[in-house]
Write a new protein. Structure first.
Length: 367
């Protein structure tokens, strides 16, 4: 599969349509927007491989973030809209669940809408819902505009934040929304050298940041950023420091809710898969060990060095943003915070950061 995310052109070797959605107008609309070799109707939602599958989600659309046991989780909710991505990031864990280039899209959006409404009715207090857990949603938005629909469905919901995460520069769903003030547009970032080497097909660093600034200024959405994974290449401290300066240049004066940090980690068997398809990857050059949460990680002192450096560097420019570690162990949290830290603590930190930002926006609007 190839992708041009700027113009929304996607090409697949095969198009598979489940018999459960074969008669839906959305299936025909998607087919008309892509290039593909063969087209066939299949039974069920099991991806045959080598292409795009349009199917029905017969499970739940809305799920708690699948945080690994033994790690601190932020209390996030995620939308399982399908799985897969047109980008080819060599470190991406999605490769562990689907073959490179394969994408599944679920078309029964009415069930997704209903589950979001039920979530808001069932859960008291702030809700953070994200669409970026199972692939890059904005990279697929030109053919599958679910994010635009969710923005519209959730506009006006009390204490509700929709986080849309991407490595693209396609932000039209936010720019075109009737109300995007409840949206947090999130961008995954790395130094340009790492993007060029490992994030195949993704937008350049400054393209992402320019898109972030444009969206925030034009729509009133808020921003967040994710350095996950941090890849400690040669000279990594200088390279990430340069990213912080470039961020400040593009984003000065714009509201940033939070910035997450994560170091490269992976399950057993992942290294063999990546090296089969990317024999010159280099991402496994550091020393790793099996961590207490079941993931294979850098040794703890090195992770703590990375986090300490990143937190100080980001704090120079984004002192109002909540900077936190994603899917990290309690031991690392306690050593860096000098106190016991739980998933509940992290959820309250992010909820408080969000509320503080919303209060600031309201105050600004009253001037």
């Amino acid at each position: 599969m190839t992708a041009n995310t700027k113009f929304g052109r996607l090409e697949f070797e095969n198009l598979f349509i489940s018999n459960e959605v074969a008669g839906m107008p959305l299936a025909d609309q998607i087919a008309a927007k892509i290039k593909y070799g063969s087209r066939s109707i299949i039974a069920g939602e099991q991806h045959p491989g080598n292409g795009l599958l349009l199917a029905r989600n017969n499970g739940a659309f809305i799920k708690p973030c699948p945080g690994q046991k033994g790690s601190i989780c932020c209390g996030y909710w995620v939308v399982e809209w399908g799985m897969g991505c047109p980008f080819g990031c060599e470190y991406c864990i999605i490769q562990n669940y689907t073959c490179a280039g394969d994408v599944t899209l679920f078309l029964n959006w009415e069930d997704c809408h209903r589950e979001i409404v039920e979530l808001r009715q069932r859960i008291s207090g702030p809700i953070r819902l994200g669409t970026g857990q199972f692939g890059d949603p904005l990279a697929l938005e030109p053919i599958f505009p679910l994010n635009a629909a969710i923005i519209d469905w959730t506009a006006g919901m009390p204490d509700f934040t929709l986080e849309i995460k991407t490595k693209s520069a396609f932000v039209d769903p936010v720019l075109q929304a009737r109300d995007a003030r409840h949206v947090t547009l999130a961008f995954s970032l790395n130094p340009q050298e790492t993007i060029d080497r490992l994030e195949h097909g993704a937008a350049a660093l400054e393209e992402r940041l320019a898109a972030a600034a444009t969206a925030a200024r034009a729509s009133g959405c808020r921003l967040s950023f994710h350095f996950d994974p941090v890849i400690p290449v040669s000279g990594w401290k200088e390279k990430y420091s340069e990213v912080f300066r470039i961020m400040h240049h593009h984003l000065k004066g714009l509201p940033v809710n939070w910035i997450s940090l994560g170091t490269f980690r992976f399950p057993k068997g992942f290294q063999e898969y990546v090296e089969k398809y990317h024999p010159d990857t280099g991402i496994f050059a550091e020393e790793f060990y099996p961590s207490t949460d079941g993931k294979i990680r850098y040794f703890r002192p090195f992770r703590e060095e990375i986090y300490s450096f990143m937190r100080v560097g980001l704090g120079e420019y984004f002192s109002d943003a909540a900077v936190y570690m994603c899917m990290e162990t309690p031991e690392v949290w306690e050593r860096l915070e000098n106190q016991t830290f739980t998933s509940g603590n992290l959820k309250r930190l992010l909820d408080a950061s969000l509320k503080a930002g919303l209060k600031a926006d309201l105050k600004e609007g009253q001037k």
